[in-house]
Write a protein that binds this ligand. Sequence first.
Ligand code: COA
Length: 259
Amino acid sequence: MSYGTLLTSLENGIFTITVNRPDKLNALNKDVMNDLSSAMDEVYNNQEIRSVIITGAGPKSFVAGADIGEFIGLSANEGKALAIKGQSLFQRIEDCSKPVVASINGFALGGGCELAMSCHFRVAAENAKFGQPEVNLGLLPGYGGTQRLVQLIGKGRAMELLMTANMIDAPTALQYGLVNYVVPQEELLNKVRSILDIINTKAPLAIAGCIKAANAVWNEKLDGYETEINEFSAAFSTEDMKEGTGAFLEKRKPVFKGR
Ligand code: COA
């Protein structure tokens, strides 16, 4: 499929989604949000997609936030609808059974930081900058940022970033645990691809189980330990479990089929 505001490509099972509004620093307007939602439908439905990279076009910005121009004149109810739609999209990214990694090539501010945080983990270029500057606009994060920032970097640091609107640079994000690696910009996509190339050799249903169980830590409706038991036990009835354990005992590489 093709999208008006996104570039997409599928190579070796890795689906790369590039938000493509570089002249607006890839700000998330309605069209981008709708296209991202359709692209996630594609991720959920296309069996050839094993894992996903989300990044931004150009050398300067991952995503510099929600499109501020679209906020003008919104009522409280319209603001609520916007937040519900944004949270639901980002929740679908977080809940995706296939690994989704943010490749952060510059500014990840506001909704951009929230988008990055909804991914399963993050890798940043040296020029990346992170922040939740909404209080500068008389707003606060509405796409899950207050929750995921606390989860990822702890309450004290999150509170400071939320209340000051300060940006942090890539080394600080690494120190905070917001990103897993910081690499030169020209190496960024290759670094993310090399991690996904490893993940894509593993058993897809087991990967999906890891995602579900790890996400359950913050899901009040689920008991994380019970989710782990359920996912662990379900794995025993998969062909991939027989293949993985058999291959180990036969001293050969497993070939997983996602069944
Ligand atoms: N929404 C709408 N447009 C945005 C945007 C956003 N979140 N972020 C950047 N843009 C636009 C700018 O308006 C500008 O458009 P123009 O060329 O038509 O005037 C273009 O992108 C380039 O941005 P500019 O501000 O000129 O770049 P800069 O290098 O001077 O500054 C930032 C970069 C990221 C510091 C600055 O753009 C900024 O503060 N953006 C808003 C960040 C924010 O508050 N995000 C949270 C929104 S809830």
